[in-house]
Ligand binder design. Structure first.
Ligand code: BTN
Length: 316
């Protein structure tokens, strides 16, 4: 780390949570104010949470949060500092190690993947990027949408309960606060028509990002748990808590299907009652989302009043 950055951190630390002006830092370090700003931005990439407020200056909120690899390994998680995508890594493990179930977590993904071929921005130190590799017995590939709904509903309930963040799910896989996305789920399977060989549930959560941490094109669309709660969240603890909840939910889903989660999903959803456009395969359909079926399929009423059951698709 450069000398200027070390000094900025030292001064901010000594200032114990109060704002320090850019002018002060600039004259003490003998660098321009824009160099202070540039260094602060780079420090954020190292994981320092530094708030900037016009007229006040900079304030150190927290030092880097590193995923605690040892704790994760002790809890049977595969921890990687950098990977292309935890979903891809899960697939490689699944192909190599028959029968293994595990959770793969990475500090950073270089090719994080989203739904419908999109990419998922996954820089280090601020978010949680992980995949659960599962091998459920007696589950058909047709259940892929409903497991995604289960995960989304459980995540929303968890954030509402534990952090009083009003998270909602947009059918099938988006986790929103208001109209901003704080997380997403990418479920992938390998299987035959009647049987899943393995299931990979990839989850991406924006945890401690500030608005300026997102690329400009994501700023109007994305948010984080930190931005919504004003609380810095320890990602290792969050991951351990969450994966406990998710494992329990998956076990119940594999035993009893979507039924135990139907009301939970409805309670936490941001889709029903809205006019939406759904893309499924090469087709799109406009209409009002009027309900979900008992298996999680979306019931959409088009502008002519005709009902459609959408088993798989994305609201765009
Ligand atoms: C979406 O909303 O488009 C789904 C995003 C899923 C992102 C997660 S991050 C962990 C896992 N690995 C990936 O490459 N993607 C998922």
């Amino acid at each position: 780390m450069s000398k200027s950055k070390e000094l900025i951190i030292k001064h901010l630390r000594n200032n114990k949570g109060a704002y320090l002006s850019g002018a002060y830092l600039s004259s003490t370090l003998n660098i321009s104010r824009s160099a202070v700003w540039k260094n602060v931005n780079e420090l954020r990439n190292y994981g320092y949470l530094i708030d900037a407020k016009a007229g006040y200056g900079y304030r150190l909120e927290s030092e880097p949060d590193r995923l605690e690899s040892e704790l994760l390994l002790n809890n049977n998680m595969h921890y990687l500092k950098t990977v292309d995508s935890t979903n891809l890594e899960a697939r490689r493990i699944a192909e190599k190690d028959e029968g293994l179930e595990c959770i793969i977590v990475a500090e950073e993904q270089l090719k994080g993947r989203g739904r419908i071929g999109s990419s998922w921005y996954s820089p280090p130190h601020s978010g949680l990027w992980f995949s659960m590799l599962l091998r459920p017995e007696f589950i058909s590939p047709a259940k892929t949408t409903s497991i995604t709904l289960v995960i989304a509903a459980v995540l929303a309930e968890f954030f509402n309960g534990k952090y009083t963040i009003p998270a909602k799910v947009k059918w099938p896989n988006d986790l929103l606060v208001g109209n901003k996305k704080i997380g997403g789920i990418l479920t992938e399977i390998k299987g035959e028509s009647d049987r899943i060989e393995y299931l990979i549930i990839g989850i991406g959560l924006n945890v401690n990002q500030q608005l300026s941490d997102f690329p400009v094109e994501l700023e109007p669309l994305a948010s984080s748990l930190y931005l919504q709660s004003g609380r810095f969240i320890n990602r290792t603890e969050l991951l351990l808590d969450l994966t406990d909840e998710l494992k329990t939910a998956c076990a119940l889903f594999f035993r009893e299907g979507f039924a135990p989660f139907y009301q939970l999903w409805k309670k936490n959803n941001a889709t029903l009652g809205r006019h939406v456009t759904v893309k499924y395969g090469a087709k799109t359909l406009n209409g009002k989302a009027i309900d979900i079926k008992k298996d999680g399929a979306l019931l959409l009423q088009d502008n002519l009043g005709i009902n459609h059951i959408i088993n798989y698709g994305d609201i765009i």
